[in-house]
Design a protein around this ligand. Sequence first.
Ligand code: COA
Ligand code: AMP
Length: 631
Amino acid sequence: MGRFDEVYQAAKADPEGFWGQAAEEIHWIEKWDKVLDDSDPPYYRWFAGGTLNTCYNAVDRHVKDGRGDQAAIIYDSPVTDTVSHLTYRQLQDAVAKCAGALAARGVEKGDRVIIYMPMVPEALIAMLACARLGAIHSVVFGGFAANELATRIDDARPKAILSASCGIEVNRVIPYKPLLDAAIQMAIHKPEFCLLLQRPQEQAEMTAGRDHDWNEAVDAAEPHDCVPVAATDPLYILYTSGTTGQPKGIVRDNGGHAVALKWSMKNIYNIDPGEVYWAASDVGWVVGHSYICYAPLLHGATTVIYEGKPVGTPDPGAFWRVIEQHKVVSLFTAPTAFRAIRQQDPEAEHLARYDLSQFRVLYLAGERCDPDTLEWALEKLQVPVIDHWWQTETGWSIAANCMGIEYLPVKPGSPTRPVPGWDLRVLDADGKEVPAGTIGALAGKLPMPPGCFPTLWNAKERYHNAYLKNFPGYYETGDAGIIDEDGYVHVMARTDDIINVAGHRLSTGAMEEVLAAHPDVAECAVIGVADQLKGQLPVGFLVLKAGADSSNEVTKEVVQMVRDRIGPVAAFKSAAVVKRLPKTRSGKILRATMRQIADGAEVKVPATIDDPAILDEIKETLASIGYPKAS
Ligand code: COA
Ligand code: AMP
């Protein structure tokens, strides 16, 4: 048996022993009563009875252990021409003062705080300050529109919102304050106060009585100490796309999260404390939570906050420049970033300008990694390229090639094997396991390992219905795939209407809700079509109400509506008017069939189709807007 199999089997045979031992790496104020509380299946809790503080584990303990002068954060911002370092000691001071500023204004354990920030060190400081107080943060990605922020404000009901005057997208300054003000106005719940980081690129107008200048508030604050919280208390809520416009509030607890992420840094990513690890994502996504903020800091590593893009800031050599300049040993990003680099620099000529001799491994996740991209990265970088699969819900890998345990042979297109702690199965529609190599629903036998979401914020029933109900005893991932005869997982597609645009998870259902709100639209459908750069792109189909003007105006208007209500990140740029939508006889819209036409794939016309002739119209409409794309 290889080393990986040994570790995997150990976790399977004795999960409590395995994770109990991993938990010894974390500083506990009080040890847990039970590693796994399984008294209320299908709901499980890890480290029940234990108390700790996540911020203490991520910051203070490293200062105490002699890492005070080591860089905790490297901030690299080509868009503002800034590079700066924050040591663990400086981070401790900044976080304690930020926590003090929040506490002075009434933020306590259990209160929610929304963080709507660009990629600046203050975003991490804000997250850690909340963790320090036991307050529950909810970071909202900067590319979401005011309406999405308002939805999250009403669901999380924050006492405070922390934001900045602007973000910077390559060379455009994006003022955040108007979005924040609009969101607060739209929301029913109102925060008691806001802290605003004024950036030199943009001065935000302050609302008297509600808004406070970040620097002034922090400078005047007394440092606040770490507040003990239960292992099972929420650390954060992160909203992610569900099948409707109402996002799901993924809850992460303190104890299981700290244990799992700390374990993953050595065992999955093979990082040692003191090394520089870079996740090129955004704090608004789960990758940013887990691998820009918490995991590297829990591990005593150095994390990089990169405020830039893989291309255009200033060129497709940007990633190599960061890796060389900061001595990054491993990079984690989405395949789309590599597709963008490859598109602009197919021969990787920029790579020759940099010394990447200390760079060890490239990790890719967030979307299916096409073998072409993986092989290109492998050939150009000459280091292992590791695809791994996970979700906002799980907070860390479900399947990966665990580089710190044993480097298994890579099969391009597969994120390798389920990681220790996951008992993954492929089920048919009746919940029966299918033979190796057969496609079905990917489902994890309960309990999930520590670090995965124990519930949805204020929505236990939705948690049950969305994830646990279809296959009793399992967590339904929402992904379809196969496990082959070697035990390798292949993630093929979502089983719901979630699409993945440039590594960003979006709901076509939410976009349909926006289109349907247009006064001229009688019916609509949004599908995700294959895109060479972004993986998928949304395309909308509109059936207009009788008598409505069928000119271009409606399509332009719905494009603008999605941008205004969901945000630019949806990348919704194509919509077309059709006379009818293809449906089954029972009235279900045949989105999968439309997708096959758009992708130029083999079209499997369902026997239940109401009128096959409609497909010709769809084909013509798609052709008129450029689909299928020539590959
Ligand atoms: N604030 C405001 N607007 C934002 C934003 C933010 N934080 N992030 C993105 N946007 C806007 C962009 O400016 C763009 O607007 P536009 O339509 O006016 O051009 C739109 O949202 C789409 O952004 P993005 O998905 O970043 O596309 P892009 O065309 O600008 O760049 C890539 C394409 C591939 C370079 C980019 O998607 C990328 O770097 N992806 C890396 C993957 C990643 O970080 N994934 C996260 C999970 S690991
Ligand atoms: P998110 O919650 O935004 O991280 O998105 C999670 C979804 O992205 C998963 O359910 C998958 O559909 C997809 N995904 C993430 N990583 C991978 C991967 N390595 N291979 C295939 N799909 C992936």
